[in-house]
Design a protein around this ligand. Structure first.
Ligand code: NAD
Ligand code: DAU
Length: 333
């Protein structure tokens, strides 16, 4: 895999994947295709030398452009998406266009040029679990998405499966749990609460704060994706998780502690409509079959590093912060 296209490489997980790949496999040349929506930032890739990275500002729905890039590539890791549930509830159209239409366009190019394709998806396609359910999601769990975002991701997974079976496209899929780490947009839970405190605003908790997310450090997501590219079986789906279940209230209290704030220094706000209760991944398949293990197993340590990153990179998030909070105010969130 010498020539790798990374769609959405200027976003949170895509840019971390590019840094991880450059640091661990400097012989690979990356071509990032990114439309630079509000969630994309060219600066996220700063530090990766030009010899290792070509940046293409463009849309994954642009067939001509996608064909041109695929004609010279060995593989594609497809991160590009509209990724935020709250936005999908207010304005779903771009989610349908990018997440379904964009994935279709890429699959057609992968078929035409026989490019190895890895599709990045989410555990949200499986819907949610009750807090006391002993089960976790596995590769056999039925699809049951709740939000416009997760339903478009579910649709994109189905397209990949159909293109594998019908046309023999050489593809794999991974469904990962909630990522945290540097370069995550301030609309998302952890960065929103950290940057609220750093800006003198109250952190905001939805519902009763007991919803559970299964946290994984973004570098562990990157190493898992690389493992699948190297050793994954074509046509297979792998769930990626790091046994990181925590309630939102627990995570918020850990952030408040680290930033020397009282434990109750936050506001309850309007709940997200259709809010999924709990996500939890059983990573047995990737662990047993591909021998992948997460490295960042201490969540509190990873959170401390993430808080330090936001504290040190105020310029990076300052510009987006005001517009993001204005959007949330309009939604009473
Ligand atoms: P993000 O919103 O931070 O980044 C998305 C990137 O895609 C941005 O750089 C944006 O400019 C780009 N993009 C959007 N529409 C585009 C288009 N039409 N053409 C080209 N580029 C476009 O998202 P993220 O959190 O980094 O998520 C990346 C992927 O991982 C998504 O597919 C998401 O569904 C999946 N995922 C995310 C998480 C998570 O916790 N964030 C967990 C599991 C899976
Ligand atoms: O599970 C994987 C998914 O994780 C990815 O597919 C999505 O792209 C990613 O955005 C994330 O989705 P969530 O909806 O779980 O993440 P979010 O950061 O939006 O919210 C995490 C939890 O925190 C959720 O229960 C809602 C809650 N929340 C969120 C915000 C922004 C709050 O309580 N307050 C907030 O201000």
């Amino acid at each position: 895999m010498k020539e790798l296209i990374v769609t959405g490489g200027a976003g949170f997980i895509g840019s971390n994947f590019c840094h991880w790949t450059y640091n661990n496999h400097p012989d690979v040349h990356l071509t990032v295709l990114d439309a630079l929506t509000y969630a994309g930032n060219r600066d996220n890739l700063r530090g990766i030398p030009e010899d290792n990275l070509t940046f293409v500002h463009g849309d994954i729905c642009d067939r001509e452009l996608v064909d041109r890039l695929f004609s010279g590539a060995d593989g594609c890791v497809h991160f590009a998406a509209e990724s935020h549930n709250d936005n999908s509830i207010v304005a779903p159209e771009s989610f349908v266009r990018t997440n379904i239409g964009g994935t279709y366009t890429l699959l057609e190019a992968a078929r035409a040029y026989d490019v190895r394709f890895h599709h990045i998806s989410t555990d949200e396609v499986y819907g949610d679990l009750a807090l006391d359910d002993p089960q976790r999601f596995t590769e056999e769990s039925p699809y049951h998405p709740s939000s416009p975002y997760s339903s478009t991701k579910a649709a994109s997974d189905m397209l990949v499966r159909a293109w594998v079976r019908t046309y023999g496209v050489r593809a794999t899929i991974s469904n990962c749990s909630n990522n945290y780490g540097p370069y995550q947009h301030v609309e998302k839970f952890i960065p929103r609460q950290i940057t609220n405190i750093l800006s003198g605003l109250s952190p905001k908790l939805y519902g009763d704060g007991l919803n559970v997310r299964d946290w994984i450090h973004v570098d562990d997501h990157s190493s898992a994706v690389w493992t699948i590219l190297e050793r994954g079986k074509l046509g297979e789906t792998y769930l990626i998780g790091a046994d990181g279940e925590k309630s939102n209230l627990e995570v918020l209290k850990a952030i408040l502690r680290e930033l020397d704030q009282p434990e109750d220094a936050f506001e309850w706000v309007r709940d997200r409509p259709g809010h999924d209760r709990r996500y939890a991944i059983d990573p047995s398949k990737i662990s047993a079959q591909l021998e992948w293990r997460p490295m960042h197993v201490d969540f509190e340590d990873g959170l401390k590093e993430t808080i330090a990153w936001y504290r040190d990179n105020g310029e990076w998030w300052g510009a987006e912060k005001e517009a993001t909070e204005e959007r949330y105010r309009r939604q009473s969130q």
